[in-house]
Design a protein around this ligand. Sequence first.
Ligand SMILES: [Ca+2]
Length: 390
Amino acid sequence: MRRLARSLLCLTLPLALNACAQPAQPAAQPQAQAARTETTKTGTLRIETVASGLEHPWSVALLPAGGFLVSERPGRLRRIDANGTISPPIAGAPPVFAQGQGGLLDVVLDPDFAANRRIWLSYAEPGDNGSAGTAVATAILGDAALSDLHVVYRQLPKLDGGMHFGSRIAFDANGHVFISQGERNHKAMAQDLEVLQGKLVRLNLDGTQPTDNPFAAGPGVRKAIWSYGHRNMQGLAVDPRSGRLWESEHGPRGGDEINLPEAGKNYGWPTISDGMDYATGRPYPETKGRERPGMERPYHAWPKSPGLSGMAFYTGHTRSPWNDSLFLGALADRCLIRLQLDGDRIVSEERLLVDLGKRIRDVRTGSDGNVYVLTDEQDGQLLRIVPPAR
Ligand SMILES: [Ca+2]
């Protein structure tokens, strides 16, 4: 009866329509295609606003038929048309722990998305008594709703607090999915193979654990683990040229790094680190230097932490001056980092969107040769970055 009365109210009192609307819906109007330019060392790039009004957008997936899927950290998934029209929240997303760094995190398309319409989501999943843990679910994308939602991975144990959930998802060409995570700010856990904090994990696409994972045969260890000793990985991508997996992670002050994680290897946190405690300016008590036998040095490190989030290779665009680059979003340094590659070798760094001055949460590269970024704000934006002409 109350629902009927509410419906009648909505029908009969147009001025009350706002009270009947779904919460947190931005105006579904295409954004003005405001463009600005920036002079860079390879020419002039153009910054176009695809959409605004996104609440702390975390990840963007480019749909093959045009348009985008965007996750908002408070727990909403939205479709954005090629012209910038933002949909209402897509129904059926999993409930999330939207506190601190937690919430709805990565959204990526299944490798066979064109045929199966399946998407993958990573998020902070609420547990008992205020606890949470990183989780990954898959679902079928419909026009307005998800269906066939399955949770395929849960970081265990679940813990209190809102820090260091990771998390990104990437696929190799051999039927595996990689899931990056954080150590939930429990540093020692990153070295403990009986828990999943601070681990990169590898699963089969059906969520089962590969029998050839490096710790699959060991007793008392988590068989999903691919590599360990990680702090908080918010970038993960496979180089389409080599098939090699790269990850970026937030270190402590001066400890942000890139690794090419290999099976069973220990990436050192917190026992080795280039970084310092933000509070004291000194190494953490757990840190015993910058290198140690059996632990991997960073493949690449920054003496001043940019705050890395989101990572994408830009390859196969031989007419672009950006060909063979790795892009990384920078939160603290408020820019887009471009690393010029020669094979696996990082030969130079260029900082883009510096004048824009926004926290960059995610970056993806399009088959159209453009680069797409999300700004991490209450009124976040999806931007299209058009590279300089060669
Ligand atoms: Ca490390």
